[in-house]
Design a protein around this ligand. Structure first.
Ligand SMILES: Cc1cc2nc3c(=O)[nH]c(=O)nc-3n(C[C@H](O)[C@H](O)[C@H](O)COP(=O)(O)OP(=O)(O)OC[C@H]3O[C@@H](n4cnc5c(N)ncnc54)[C@H](O)[C@@H]3O)c2cc1C
Length: 375
């Protein structure tokens, strides 16, 4: 049980894994080349959301929300955890018809979900435009400021933090830039999109996203994380660039506005450059649902890169060909939500307590070689 471990990556996923590993009793080291929680974890929206694109995704997000609710009471105020709920907005009757099976799926997963008519939608969120058909309110969803959550979990783990870049996996450990080798019984690869640099065969693709935060002092308030029902189509649909209406209320009164998705071309490096036409499309989409957003000033705009696997599910568990190497990568747009569930799956794969998630396959071998070759 008390194995030593090196975790590569101090994002939220690595921090959650480190915290789990330290609870198992072994000494844990985390290697981080930049700032703890400074990668995709800092670029993300921090929406903790149950999603139902596949049974495995529904199970992982639902279980993760339970784990977040358990953790929430122990987080400092700076983590800005709030259970504001998600309001999935239906723009017309056709979208509204799709809400009933979605509600049934949430109920089957043990999550509360309430059908909302047009009048109730307008009462709950008066800044939404008129003429929307209704929606689904998921009150157990929430938001968190993920960089702080990552720091807290890492501190709680008591792990030794080594500043440096893992350059290569070596038998029984990791070699850092400069030549130092960290030896351990287990190596957990949790360095987001850069995992492909250590293990080029991983089927990961970079998927950029852009976010806008408004200035303080604006008078457009929303009460839930608002997401259009077409979001899943944008998130998981085609390879084309896409945008969806997705707005989050911040405790400061600011609005965090998303979202966009854009696959990097093979070999294209991750970069912070903005794609202005896509950003305009994203803001126009937001204004279609929330017209008053056009009266607000943007304070800051940024981009980040999600690490996407071919089936949009994370890859968690042992590497089939490298003894002692475990994977916790490929969380795409749900890694803040699913970091805690990921650590639970990993614990179970390491021979810890069984998890309700054990019936789902998150392993690397679920991907065919063809997918790996084309990713
Ligand atoms: C625009 C956008 C919006 C998003 N919104 C949400 C959301 O609302 N809800 C949600 O659940 N998810 C969201 N996500 C997804 C979420 O942010 C990611 O899935 C999650 O942060 C992944 O965490 P991670 O720890 O795996 O990766 P990261 O946070 O990227 O952490 C990896 C760490 O590894 C370090 N590292 C990299 N290479 C090395 C190396 N060789 N050696 C040592 N260290 C290394 C990096 O510096 C980094 O700190 C969003 C993502 C984006 C881009």
């Amino acid at each position: 049980m008390a194995e030593t471990a090196v975790v590569i990556g101090g994002g939220l996923v690595g921090a959650a894994c480190a915290e789990m590993l330290s609870r198992r009793g072994g000494a844990v080291t985390v290697v981080e080349s930049g700032v703890v929680g400074g990668g995709a974890t800092a670029a993300g929206m921090g929406h903790l959301v149950v999603m139902d694109d596949s049974p495995a995704q529904l199970a992982l997000t639902s279980r993760s929300l339970e784990l977040w609710q358990d953790l929430a009471g122990t987080l400092p105020a700076a983590a800005e955890y709030r259970q504001c709920g998600t309001l999935w907005v239906a723009s017309d009757e056709e979208e509204l018809a799709g809400v009933t099976p979605k509600q049934a799926a949430y109920h089957a997963a043990g999550r509360e979900a309430e059908l909302i008519g047009a009048a109730e939608l307008a009462r709950l969120e008066p800044h939404l435009r008129g003429g929307l058909a209704g929606g689904l309110r998921v009150p157990g969803d929430g938001v968190v400021y993920a960089p702080v959550a990552a720091k807290v979990l890492l501190e709680r783990s008591g792990a030794e933090l080594v500043r440096g870049r893992a350059e290569a996996l070596v038998p029984g450990g990791v070699r850092l830039e400069g030549g130092r080798v960290l030896k351990a019984d287990l190596t957990v690869v949790a360095n987001g999109i850069q995992a492909a640099g250590l293990l080029p065969d991983l089927p990961l693709r970079g998927r950029r996203g852009q976010l806008v935060i408004t200035e303080r002092g604006g008078d457009v308030r929303v009460n839930h994380q608002l997401v259009e029902l077409g979001y899943l189509k944008s998130a998981h649909g085609s390879d084309e660039d896409s945008v969806a209406f997705n707005v989050q209320p911040r405790p400061t009164g600011q609005l965090l506005i998303g979202s966009s998705r854009q696959f990097l071309r093979p070999g294209q490096p991750t970069s912070g450059d903005l794609d202005w036409p896509l950003l305009r499309r994203m803001l126009a989409r937001a204004a279609e649902y929330l017209p008053d957003v056009a009266t607000l000033n943007a304070l800051r705009v940024w981009t980040g890169t999600r690490a996407a696997s071919p089936d949009h599910l994370p890859i968690i568990g042992p590497h089939p060909e490298r003894a002692g190497v475990y994977l916790a990568v490929g969380h795409e747009g749900l890694g803040i939500t699913t970091a805690l569930g990921t650590a639970e799956v990993l614990a179970s794969r390491l021979g810890g307590a069984a998890s309700v998630l054990d019936r789902h396959d998150f392993g690397l071998t679920r991907h065919s070689l063809k997918e790996v070759a084309h990713a």
